[in-house]
Design a binder for this molecule. Structure first.
Ligand code: RUB
Length: 316
């Protein structure tokens, strides 16, 4: 059936697809807010019609990017607690649910930051990949504790999210050195911790994060440099409890090379996976708002939080 999805939801979906809005936690917050906007502007004339609109809006948001599980987890959170016998009550309920979700997301990041900061000592050097607000929360807390830090920041081709990280770290007063991705191994000997975020964490403790994370982790292990993943529990992928795997997004080849230039190379196929999977044996710890976990034990936290299974309200 034709259900009206508000332009604001479509705009958010486009911004997530184009990566104007990006990073797992930021995507989650934007998706929740978009459901709130859908509720705000809805002129549904019955509770059923209102709920159908919300589901349709969730579907539009869900279809944007496949890898960060924070997106469906956010949609599920907001839709789960929506209650009311009238459209007005439902609207208020969605609003309350969105605020509660965003409040929890903020608090989780702050709490995670405190846990991660405990690992960092005054004078330490970190290495980062991509741009993770969960990683930055750890650094921010450490800096607030008076620790002085330096960072090697990988530029993170093809989208150069490292530039965002460099700016954010500089604002925190961290001494930043920007390097190309392939220089990471060369500088690992000078690094005390590799800090990465996650788009999803699988039940076996695998970390799904920006392409290049797995290679960095293998190199870090080879050099004996600890690698820590900072990931709020919204990054835990409940479907992996029942054997599903995490979809790795393939993005447009034009992020890598334009077709005209490629023609000059004999028209090769161009592959542009946005994420990869780092097996748990290469990860020293996963830092969450619930504390620090060895990757292999993350499954018990996942069962506590998602044990009853998941629903897909947007698929109804
Ligand atoms: C972003 C990325 C980040 C995680 C964690 O990829 O891989 O490391 O999303 O970010 P993209 P956060 O740029 O393709 O979205 O800690 O902010 O949730």
């Amino acid at each position: 059936p034709d259900v009206e999805v508000s332009p604001a939801v479509h705009r958010t979906a486009e911004d997530i697809g184009s990566m104007e809005i990006r990073g797992a936690a930021t995507i989650a917050a934007a998706a929740a807010e978009a459901l709130g906007e859908q509720a705000d502007v809805s002129d549904a004339d019955s509770p059923e019609a209102f709920r159908a609109e919300l589901r349709a809006a969730a579907r539009v948001l869900y279809d944007t990017r496949p890898t960060a599980v924070s997106l469906p987890n956010a949609l599920r959170y907001v839709l789960r607690d929506v209650e009311g016998e009238t459209v007005e009550r439902l609207r208020a309920s969605v609003r309350a649910s969105v605020s509660e979700f965003c409040r929890r997301l903020d608090n989780a990041q702050t709490d995670l930051g405190r846990v991660g900061a405990n690992r960092l000592r005054d004078g330490d050097t970190i290495m980062t990949h991509c741009h993770s607000t969960d990683v930055l929360a750890c650094v921010e807390t450490a800096v607030e504790q008076g620790k002085s830090l330096s960072a090697f920041v990988k530029e993170t081709r093809p989208r150069n999210q490292g530039h965002i990280t460099a700016e954010a770290l500089d604002e925190l007063g961290v001494d930043v050195t920007l390097i190309v991705d392939s220089a990471a191994r060369r500088y690992l000997n000078d690094v005390d911790h590799v800090l990465v975020g996650a788009d999803s964490i699988a039940a076996d403790g695998s970390v799904i994060n920006k392409i290049g994370t797995s290679g960095l982790a293998v190199n870090a292990r080879d050099r004996g440099t600890p690698i820590v993943c900072a990931a709020q529990t919204i990054k835990l992928h409940p479907d992996t409890l029942t054997g599903h795997t995490v979809d790795i997004e393939m993005r447009d080849e034009r992020e890598v090379v334009d077709r005209e230039t490629a023609e000059g190379m004999g028209d090769p196929e161009v592959l542009n996976p946005a994420f990869d999977v780092t097996p748990p044996r290469y990860v020293d710890a996963i830092v969450t708002e619930r504390g620090q976990f060895p990757p292999e034990s993350i499954v018990s936290l996942m069962r506590d939080l998602f044990g009853e299974g998941t629903t897909e309200p947007w698929a109804e």
